[in-house]
Design a protein around this ligand. Structure first.
Ligand code: HEC
Ligand code: HEC
Ligand code: HEC
Ligand code: HEC
Ligand code: HEC
Length: 211
């Protein structure tokens, strides 16, 4: 047996160290330094703008931050929306994505809908203030799309038949209860569509999914 050359060991150690830095250090930054200001002057943790990539959630465990390294990052959205908080207060997918049961697209609510609550809730939050400013100008929020297919693939997807057949949101979009803005948690390919269609005895005719 030949011993691995020193350079291999060096690289392996380097990789382990890099992963350690990426996972552990942001966590320490978030919780290590103690804030000595009186409670009233401290910024409210919950009300801080949070781009999940730049300011890791201090409540996330070491393991969650580690697995995050291997997941698709969320696109930069105009408002740091959070699925986690809304689902925690008992809202359901269908409250906001109300067309999934009846149409091809699930839909994302207009700012008018959000402002029913946010004229009163979390009005101190800079993110809510950004949204309020857009809304007062009569504008909607320009959300960046997360899921979708290249135009050239000519894919036709339709939510309604899946919801009627009791396929759950989670099967195709993962566990959104722990997410802030959406990111791709489940990758959809022709292979994954067809695999389930075979299993469920749904059509695998090319024209079912293509136009
Ligand atoms: C039924 C009421 C309700 C509706 C409708 C609603 N929200 Fe919220 N929202 C809440 C509650 C409750 C919180 C948690 C507030 C807290 O933690 O102090 C929240 C928190 C937030 C936050 C985090 C605020 C912060 O900085 O901590 C954002 C951003 C937000 N909502 C955006 C939206 C958007 C965008 C919509 C529309 C798609 C929306 N909300 C619709 C009730 C609502
Ligand atoms: C069989 C898999 C599947 C299921 C089940 C499913 N989705 Fe989707 N969803 C997709 C795919 C694929 C796209 C991208 C479609 C496209 O761009 O044409 C998508 C897109 C979306 C979008 C983005 C835009 C839009 O309006 O369609 C939202 C929001 C969404 N899904 C929410 C939901 C919710 C909520 C549920 C449960 C009620 C659900 N989805 C169930 C596969 C699924
Ligand atoms: C209070 C409203 C609200 C609720 C409740 C809600 N969402 Fe969303 N969802 C949004 C908003 C706003 C966006 C656009 C911002 C983003 O991409 O995160 C979004 C985006 C998404 C997207 C990505 C759409 C795209 O661009 O492809 C998916 C998938 C999604 N939600 C699934 C779900 C599922 C599944 C549930 C239930 C477990 C759920 N959402 C509950 C407001 C909501
Ligand atoms: C987890 C299982 C599952 C996945 C994943 C899935 N489907 Fe389906 N699909 C179904 C079921 C079940 C039906 C309903 C069949 C029926 O009504 O007979 C269906 C129906 C459809 C229909 C309507 C067919 C018709 O005859 O009207 C289309 C279009 C479709 N799927 C496209 C897709 C595409 C595109 C993807 C991948 C992005 C996909 N599906 C992923 C299970 C799935
Ligand atoms: C159950 C749904 C489904 C069926 C049935 C299906 N496809 Fe697809 N197909 C897709 C999806 C979704 C994509 C896009 C995948 C992606 O973006 O990674 C795709 C992509 C493709 C592409 C690649 C397009 C590109 O631009 O790269 C070709 C070619 C294709 N399909 C041909 C076919 C043919 C031929 C059949 C019939 C034998 C078929 N598909 C049946 C869902 C389906």
């Amino acid at each position: 047996m030949t011993r691995p050359p020193a350079i291999t060991k060096f690289l392996a150690l380097g990789a382990v160290f890099a992963i350690f830095l990426a996972v552990a250090v942001p966590g320490r930054k978030a919780s290590g330094r103690e804030d000595k200001r009186p409670a009233a002057e401290k910024p409210d943790q919950d009300l801080q703008s949070s781009d999940p990539r730049e300011s890791p959630d201090p409540q996330k465990s070491f393991w969650e931050r580690f697995t995050d390294l291997f997941r698709t990052p969320a696109p930069q959205q105009p408002i740091a929306y959070t699925h986690k908080k809304h689902l925690a207060v008992g809202m359901e997918c269908a409250n906001c994505h109300q067309f999934a049961e009846t149409g091809p697209q699930a839909g994302i609510p207009h700012a008018d809908f959000c402002m029913v609550c946010h004229q009163a809730i979390a009005t101190e939050s800079p993110e809510i203030q950004k949204m309020t400013a857009l809304w007062k100008q009569g504008k909607d929020i320009p959300w960046v799309r997360v899921y979708g297919f290249e135009k050239e693939a000519h894919v036709r997807f339709d939510h309604a038949p899946h919801i009627r057949a009791k396929v759950e949101c989670q099967t195709c979009h993962g566990d959104m209860t722990q997410e802030t803005v959406a990111r791709v948690l489940v990758k959809h390919t022709m292979g994954s569509c067809i695999e389930c269609h075979k299993q469920e005895e749904a059509s695998i005719d090319c024209m079912t999914c293509h136009f």
